[in-house]
Design a protein around this ligand. Structure first.
Ligand SMILES: Cc1ncc(COP(=O)(O)O)c(C=O)c1O
Length: 383
């Protein structure tokens, strides 16, 4: 029998609230309009064409992805402008060429002059022209070159000279915005992110090289940037769903969280005053993103089956592979959660949690009872 409501679903299952998703999409689109910058949504979190269509309908220049598997999937679904926002390695170029042959502009990124030369060396061997951007490090210390560095200029010159490359611009990602603990800090970092990538674009242009794209973004900085002068596009991803970590740093409210894990109460320990749910580390992820924020929500916040959070202290505090442990807190007792009771859990880091599931069970909190399954949307996992 096809499940009709969340009560009919096996647990754990992944739930997506379409009404909240739509509101989150509209909010980011409005933030980009306010800053006069195009939006290139990063689909690393959603990995779903159904979600992508809603985002694209809200007005975007294209999408960003984090795996070539996503690029293949979205290309097959008709998306024509894709940025693969992870440093390219030369062994992936044949696969890139096959995706491009589907009629797609697939922009690549690099932060390495040897990679730039290696791409050039494939001229004549792979029948393709590659669009390549340079990644700039605006302080995250993950990947990228400093904005004004000799490395940046060397890579730009190597790409510009390569017969099989179209130099496509510069990009950066202020992932360290997740460490900000106030709006003022996020605003300040958004400006550092902007200045870094604009300075890099100017350094490239000073070499006489056209720099068409100046791309930046993370959800906190994209939402709170006050000025994006010189930037052409913003990439943001997790904003579509939100998660407990984003709620803690002020990117959204708990009421905005669009994705949750449906679980079931599986055991009571009256002597220890806790229950367990059948969603553990594999169903929620072991991400402890809220560990260092004022309200640590452990591995997820408990809500009722309709998706209403019950108490800011009612959370999964420990996980085992298939068990999540929920201590009772004042005002709640095990009697409120009989074995078999369905709950929803808002995860810490939705990108990690969602990656364990192959589909979303879609509900709509604005229409009907909010637990009716109105659609099933598939996800593309893997690499
Ligand atoms: C390169 C790059 N751009 C953009 C993003 C989107 O950031 P967020 O999920 O905070 O919106 C990410 C996220 O990891 C990223 O790695």
């Amino acid at each position: 029998m096809t499940p009709r409501t969340l009560l009919d679903l096996p647990t754990p299952s992944l739930v997506l609230d379409r009404a909240k998703l739509a509101r989150n999409i509209a909010r980011m689109a409005a933030a980009c309009r306010r800053n006069g910058v195009a939006l290139r949504p990063h689909l690393k979190t959603a990995k779903s064409i159904d979600v992508a269509r809603l985002v694209l309908d809200a007005g975007t220049v294209g999408i960003a992805v984090s795996t070539l598997r996503e690029a293949e999937y979205f290309a097959a679904e008709g998306v024509r402008d894709i940025q693969y926002a992870v440093c390219i390695t030369p062994d992936k170029l044949e696969r890139v060429a096959r995706i491009q042959a589907m009629g797609v502009k697939l922009a690549l990124i690099t932060d390495n002059v040897d990679v730039a030369h290696a791409i050039a060396a494939r001229h004549g061997e792979i029948d393709a022209t590659f669009h390549v951007q340079i990644e700039v490090d605006c302080g995250e210390n993950r990947t990228g070159v400093p904005a004004g560095s000799d490395d940046l200029k060397a890579i730009a010159s190597a790409l510009d000279a390569a017969p099989n490359v179209i130099f496509d611009g510069v990009m950066t990602h202020a992932g360290h915005s997740y460490a900000c603990r106030s709006l003022a800090e996020i605003e300040e970092l958004a400006e550092i992110e902007r200045r870094s990538v604009v300075e890099a674009a100017e350094a490239v242009r000073a070499l006489g090289i056209d720099c068409p794209n100046v791309s930046l973004g993370s959800t906190p900085t994209a939402l709170h940037a006050r000025n994006l002068d010189g930037v052409t596009e913003t990439r943001a991803g997790v904003y579509m769903f939100g998660d407990m970590f984003q709620a803690q740093i002020g990117s959204c409210r708990v009421e905005d969280l669009a994705v949750s894990v449906l679980a079931e109460v599986s055991s009571h320990r009256a002597d220890l005053n806790h229950l367990t749910v059948d969603a553990g580390a594999l169903a929620l992820s072991k991400d402890r993103g809220t560990e260092n924020v004022p309200n640590d929500i452990g591995f997820g916040l408990i809500a009722n089956v309709a998706g209403e959070a019950l108490d800011p202290q009612l959370k999964v505090t420990r996980v085992f592979q298939e068990h999540g442990l929920v201590p009772m807190v004042p005002g709640h007792s095990l009697d409120h959660f009989p074995i078999g009771e369905k709950v929803r859990i808002f995860p810490n880091h939705v990108c990690m949690t969602a990656a364990m599931y192959d589909r979303y069970h879609v509900v709509d909190s604005e229409n009907g009872d909010g637990i009716e399954i109105v659609a099933v949307w598939h996800r593309v996992n893997g690499w």
